[in-house]
Design a protein around this ligand. Sequence first.
Ligand SMILES: [Zn+2]
Length: 281
Amino acid sequence: MVRENSCSPKCNSADIIIFNNKYENLIFCRNCSLLKKKDLENHKDRVLALDKFNKDVKQIIETDYYKKQISENRSIIKKILRITKKNPTKILDYGCGYGSFVFAGKELGFTTSGYDINKNFTENLSHYFETFKSENALLNDNNLGKYDLIFCRKVLTLSSNIYKDFSNFNDLLSSSGCLVVMDQVKNISKYKTIITLDNNNTLLLTIEALKFYANIFKLSTKYLKNDFGDMFIIFERNNKKYLNDKISIKTLENLEKLNFIFLFLSKIKKLSKKIYYGFKS
Ligand SMILES: [Zn+2]
């Protein structure tokens, strides 16, 4: 049982320190390197009510922007298949939002389902593909151990219980299944975070924290790419446990101060890519 304010069964109260970001007291755990807001259940309701998650689904999926997102997701799926060298039978989008990843999976011929805590998505999208409207519905006997690929993008920084999310991944993944997480992390990041901002995120992710939670469930890193804070990571099952790296709150604060340098470097990188491909074409 995870106690209030404790992050995982592997962490205890001696690991917890309070960090004030000038708006509120946040909780930092020195064991799992997670920085999070208090009262995460209240934040969950706030996140559910956000305008951007409550637009008309039918209208959104007709837009050109949405069609571009489907195409981007098709490329992401192809990249995952290239790296994992596996052909998934069942795919789950954990936190499917407006569903562009699920549509992309379907277009590529995969059985793809979507789960989200927001019913605006799962109820309106159930006309197009299989959706799960609650955690209980998702964790049914037919789904346990059945997913070869779980995709989780821009979900965990809004999570109210990351330990439970990883526990769900573990319950749902097949024996040779892969978990793909795409999200913002603080390592070498161009983004500002809850260390200095009062934004809607419930927690701050780091590579260290993601690996910590994966490690609890014997998931290890198959592939990792951090593009100035935009993280793409593939976990696969592996029976070996490893020693976790940790990151201190002081380091996180220092990285936050340096974000403008990483932003500058990322712009240079984008520009050089443009010039390079400009010359090539
Ligand atoms: Zn912890």
